[in-house]
Design a protein around this ligand. Sequence first.
Ligand code: PFF
Ligand code: NA
Length: 440
Amino acid sequence: MSPESTDSTKRAEWSRYGFVLAAIGSAVGLGNIWRFPYVVGENGGGAFLIPYIISFFCFGIPLMILEFTVGRGFRGSVVTAFGRLHPRLRHLGLLPFVMTLVVFSYYSVIAGWTLAYIIFSVTGYMDFKTFTSSPLPLITFFATILLAGTVVKVDLKDGIERANRYLMPMLALALLIMFVQALALPGVQAGLAYYLTPDLSVLSDPGIWVQAAGQVFFSLSIGFGVLLTYGSYLSDSAPIPRSAAVVAGADFLVALVAGVIIFPVVFSFGFDPVSGPQLAFITLPRIFSTMAFGSFFGALFFILLFVGALSSILSMVEGGVATMVDEWAWPRKKATYLVCTLAAVIGLPSALSYAGFNLTLFGAPFLDTVDLLFGILLVPVSASVICLAFSWLWNPESLLAEANKNSRFKFSRAAVYYLRYVVPLLLLVTLASTVAMTLL
Ligand code: PFF
Ligand code: NA
């Protein structure tokens, strides 16, 4: 039951900062810039931050540390790690593998929209309905997958690591410029008041807690095994607890700042802040087309979204590719072609579900239902499976030694018990309430 470290060929390793940049790239994405602000806006404003921060510390960061630790300890992607933990558990890794593939497919549809909107910011915006009924979203969907595949098929360092070395500074710069401009708008006070004034009465609504937990999982990329896979390329010299703190902190900061960017804009131009998912694709374009330097800020905003989405997609592709490379000894290129082709096929109904075909599943657009199933409902299941298996069956000394390697901060044995008992219990409660809220 101890990790195997006798691979015949040496496993690729991140260079210094490469890991943290790539993991931030995975975490920061549509979940932060597009989803977080409208979810906060719809759920009691600043009060939402309370359950968010509680979930973030109680199981977000612990599970992120666990995924990094398991990845480095077992030197393999998620199916391989389960197989090395116990041969009979290998198939458990298929759950996160499939989830990641499906999320990759519909996430690329939305990433494709943002790609089209970068162009629209210069040429003039198409009406959202007209756009989704045209063949354009299909083209940008395929283009996004192709672009991600082109990066991942090169080896780890010259592919994913190098791409993130360009993408992350771009993202930071775009975010900073938008942030400064938002603070200079006349609606900044009203916007920030709406975004951050806590309505504490909402805290008694279990739905808020469930939303917050789901948002933490999705935002931190936890439970999909992609952080585990990234951790499998981590050098022994990197301190895991500190890396996790940096990645989680960056994710939270970007989410907060995204709201500070969006709401002052919406209020300055007198639009409805509760327009939910449509905020980015219907409300904001209207504003960008009337404001001063609107094409510049519009382009910057959609570049921000696309860059964030692309770097997240890279981690999803790698999750699938690494599994095939580790399990079947496939060449990286061949694995990338298969993963991308699968996603292009699986994502077709999602890509078409907004196209006026009214492609629905359980009464909602196909994309939304698949997101609910694979991006929300299954996540606590898969996170529990990872947490239970590795905290109970991996011997605690090895787990702690791996997590504490070269770290000034050392976990004690209590951490193992926390993972064995407390986290699974919290996840069970989350899962039960999520199911109850969705069905009732
Ligand atoms: N964390 C990403 C976001 O917030 O947009 C989404 C994500 C990335 C989900 C990677 C799943 C995943 F495997
Ligand atoms: Na995120």
